[in-house]
Unconditional design. Structure first.
Ligand code: ADP
Ligand code: MG
Length: 372
């Protein structure tokens, strides 16, 4: 078990004027009949950490491959720092890349693997050695340069891959599920280290994951993808608290969905009539579709202590399960199955069949479009 950590270390960034802005304009990729990426518009600002989040097959890796230059796009344009790079080979795009399946060379030592990135860029040998050693130092592997990949743990191998991606001072980093093979604890440790490194270097990152917790923990902005398209993007809390559709709400955590009809809306708030429960004033992002629901996260649903308070609805307890840190209550209200989560330390015991009232703070309920 290593106690090494990743740090920005003492390596100055070489006189690199690149800012690391990435821009995709109407980029599409088809494989025969399959449209893997569909007219994608996406920007990563200099120094920004943007995460593509979506289920398997939603087009995340294809998007990364087109930015890196390993795949040609069918239409559109990719720009780095404002310049089109569509015809540039990968090594001339100045992007550091760590992909899940972009393995280290097994016959080379850790140091040689990192050096390789510089050899490709024709850096003289003496300088190469020093920079590779410094990059390994930066990812906490200063003393492991001689080891072959098979003599390193999965986490250490990923650090070598990260050192290899950083060693030529790229304008931006592309990380495609770089921690997918690691166990949960190591993954969380690496998440924090990568985030710290990214901040101290001020480097832009385009990151890919299908893990919503990882996306929430690391990103300045989350871009949710489905079927090759962006379905929502914004800061993590914003996407989590204000999903535009039931699909986004359910992909990014648990939620209660109560079908409703709209009585009145102004783009920021709406008055709705919830099936079986009646009227409520809720948050509205103006999304339009054929049918609607109110979404309330289980941790935002509360037992109301004052029966007369607005937004209170009668409910019956079905079951209460202590999950350690939290208690999950299953309830019936207005013909709906609802989930309410509270901290174990806040929770009073609830009995099956107990009659209760539940409610929420008005800005915690989000009107969204039912699409799935
Ligand atoms: P993700 O990384 O989000 O899991 P991918 O970008 O790998 O998704 O894949 C998006 C879609 O493109 C999927 O339907 C996948 O089957 C298809 N696809 C990806 N690569 C190829 C390929 N080389 N040939 C044919 N279809 C592909
Ligand atoms: Mg993928």
């Amino acid at each position: 078990m290593t106690t090494s950590t990743i740090s920005a270390g003492s390596i100055p960034r070489s006189g690199n004027l690149a800012q690391g802005a990435i821009e995709l304009r109407q980029v599409s990729k088809s494989y025969g009949d399959v449209t893997a990426v569909d007219q994608l518009d996406l920007t990563v600002e200099p120094g920004e950490f943007v995460t593509l989040l979506g289920p398997s097959g939603s087009g995340k890796t294809t998007t990364m491959m087109m930015v890196a230059g390993f795949e040609d796009h069918t239409a559109g344009s990719v720009l780095i720092d404002g310049k089109p790079v569509d015809t540039l080979p990968p090594r001339d795009r100045n992007l550091g890349v760590v992909f899940q399946n972009y393995a280290l060379f097994p016959h080379m030592s850790a140091l040689e693997n990192v050096e390789f990135a510089l050899r490709m860029r024709k850096v003289p040998k003496a300088e190469r050695r020093q920079r590779a050693a410094d990059a390994l130092e930066r990812v906490g592997l200063g003393r492991m340069g001689d080891r072959k990949p098979r003599q390193l743990s999965g986490g250490q191998q990923q650090r070598v891959a990260l050192a290899r991606a950083l060693v030529f001072n790229p304008a931006a980093l592309l990380l495609d599920e770089p921690m997918a093979a690691l166990d949960k604890r190591l993954r969380e440790q690496m998440q924090e280290e990568i985030k710290t490194l990214q901040k101290s270097l001020g480097i832009s990152v385009l990151f890919v994951t299908h893990d919503q917790d990882e996306a929430m923990a690391m990103s300045d902005r989350i871009v949710v993808m489905r079927d090759g398209k962006i379905v929502q993007s914004g800061p993590p809390e914003d996407v989590y608290n204000h999903p535009l559709t039931d699909w986004v709400a359910s992909f990014l955590g648990d939620t209660n969905l109560i079908p409703c009809t709209i009585i009145e809306r102004d783009g920021e708030q709406a008055v709705v009539d919830m099936e079986g429960l009646g009227r409520a004033r809720v948050r509205d992002r103006g999304a339009t579709g054929e049918s609607y629901a109110v979404s309330i996260r289980p941790e935002h649903l509360k037992f109301s202590t004052e029966p007369a308070a607005g937004n209170g609805y009668p409910a019956t307890v079905v079951s209460s399960t202590n999950l350690g840190a939290t208690v999950r209550h299953r309830l019936r209200a207005g013909g709906h199955d609802l989930q309410l989560r509270e901290l174990s330390s806040d929770g009073a015991g609830r009995l099956p069949e107990e009659e209760v009232r539940v409610g929420w703070d008005a800005d915690r309920a989000q009107l969204l479009v039912l699409e799935s």
